[in-house]
Write a protein that binds this ligand. Structure first.
Ligand code: ATP
Length: 277
């Protein structure tokens, strides 16, 4: 018996979807699926149609051609690219959490705890660092336990180690809540190691596949030129390390230390297990 889309864990499916404005297509021929537990990243240069495609996926835009299918009663958590906040008005983290809809005290505390911001519930958002602010927005999105978490450039204004921490957090949330994740990124090095599928856009889909497939494809190389060389691979390279049977850690550069470096992310174990402690 064939499984229905819902049974297969499919959350959203774009089939040759396109958006036309003022007589021209902003993007067309967009096709990708997001399933429960899966991380899909849209990459492409500025103006490539990443946000437009994500907006089609979540139903903000109806496609002018092609089709978009969404699971019934799909709950979406959206982390916007930017948020215009009137800094002349005081806004606490707790209030930020509820401006888009009511949440119980328990839901607020749990979400802030998940992103490591429990101690900042009463803080004014103006005082947060870039990384803390992104985590507060993430907390707001996950507090409603979405089926699909959509993040528009989540690491903007976040430094390299903050970026890795944020990616690990997103991956942890995916594991715990079992949601699907659709992520947008205009920069190449930010494609997180846990991404299952990369969709490379430039007004249309240039290529789709695993990060390795995409970084090796001609379409991707042509689109990003010199910047493309090894960029996705580089991300993995930086975070690859191996746990030796005696507990020590061997890094990609061959050095051996007692512990992981704080910036270490994806890694493998010598016993063949692939996971993070
Ligand atoms: N409502 C609209 N009417 C006309 N043009 C639009 C509209 N919305 C977006 N565009 C244009 O469509 C193109 C794709 O925009 P989109 O925001 O999807 O790109 P993006 O890949 O997310 O870019 P960035 O990396 O800069 O955020 C851009 O050239 C943009 O100016």
């Amino acid at each position: 018996m064939t499984k229905t889309k819902d049974e297969a864990g499919l959350l959203v499916s774009l089939q040759d979807a396109g958006i036309r404005r003022e007589g021209r297509f902003l993007v067309r021929g967009v096709r990708f699926d997001v399933r429960r537990g899966e991380i899909v990243t849209l990459i492409g240069p500025n103006g490539a149609g990443k946000s437009t495609s994500a907006k089609m996926a979540i139903g903000v835009f109806e496609p002018d051609e092609g089709r978009v299918w969404r699971a019934s009663r799909l709950k979406i958590g959206y982390v916007p690219q930017k948020l215009n906040i009137d800094h002349s008005l005081p806004l606490t983290v707790r209030r930020l959490m509820t401006v888009t809809g009511p949440l119980s005290r328990a839901e607020i505390s749990e979400a802030l705890e998940a992103v490591g911001l429990s101690h900042m519930e009463e803080a004014n958002v103006q005082t947060l660092s870039g990384g803390e602010f992104q985590r507060a927005l993430l907390a707001r999105a996950i507090a409603r336990t979405p089926d699909l978490l959509v993040l528009d450039e989540p690491v903007q204004g976040v430094d390299y180690s903050g970026e890795i921490a944020l990616y690990e957090l997103i991956s942890k949330i995916r594991d715990r809540q079992g949601c699907g994740v659709l992520m947008i990124s205009h920069d190449l090095h930010v494609v997180m190691a846990q991404t299952d599928t990369v969709v490379c856009l430039n007004g249309h889909v240039c290529c789709t596949g695993t990060p390795e497939d995409v970084s090796g494809s001609e379409a991707y190389q042509a689109l990003f030129g010199a910047r493309a060389s090894g960029a996705l691979a580089l991300y993995r390279h930086h975070h690859d390390h191996t746990h030796m049977p005696d507990g020590r850690v061997r890094h990609a550069d061959g050095t051996v230390t007692d512990h992981c470096h704080p910036h270490d992310g994806h890694h493998t174990h010598d016993d063949g297990e692939k996971s993070h402690a």
